[in-house]
Design a protein around this ligand. Sequence first.
Ligand code: ATP
Length: 185
Amino acid sequence: MRKILLISGKRKCGKDFLSERLQKRLGDRALIVRISEPIKTEWARKLELNLNSLLSDGPYKEQYRRDMIVWSDEVRARDYGYFCRMAMTQAPLDLVDVVIVSDIRRTNDVRWFRETYGDDVVQTLRLTSLPETRKARGWNFTAGVDDVASECDLDDYQFDCVLPNDAEMSSEQLIEKVLKVFKLS
Ligand SMILES: Nc1ncnc2c1ncn2[C@@H]1O[C@H](COP(=O)(O)OP(=O)(O)OP(=O)(O)O)[C@@H](O)[C@H]1O
């Protein structure tokens, strides 16, 4: 593994979209790691314990996303690298040059990657999209989701590169820019 590209951005700014296009472009040389995967897996396991209350109680069900944030924050408070470590441990890192982490949300996520793999390997990209672009992609402001640390912790972080993902730039141009800036091709 030569490089780890950490991708951050608000909901519906296109993190997954860019990660998948980038991975396709790089082919076998790259893989995508999602920190949310071990979070969702563990949460689902937890939910089975509470499945009855989840099924019988409407509000409990609707709180799913918020509850998952609260719970994962509790785990992070004890061990900030917990989910990053799990996600990376499950990935076949030896087989690729580039690891694309598609959902960086915390300063502590970046900290963990830098401490574990070093500043020469880890690079950071912030994607931005206008609120109207995000709305057109299905985003609606949700209290407890859009105004908490999981969404705002990296707002003031100094990324290696910040790129807009709105209609002005085609997805092909965006990919070319990322490949060039991070010297991936
Ligand atoms: N440049 C683009 N051109 C066309 N469609 C795009 C572009 N960027 C994003 N989209 C679309 O917008 C939607 C939201 O993008 P995506 O799921 O990648 O966002 P995200 O940042 O990963 O969101 P979340 O944080 O909620 O998971 C998807 O349907 C995606 O295909």
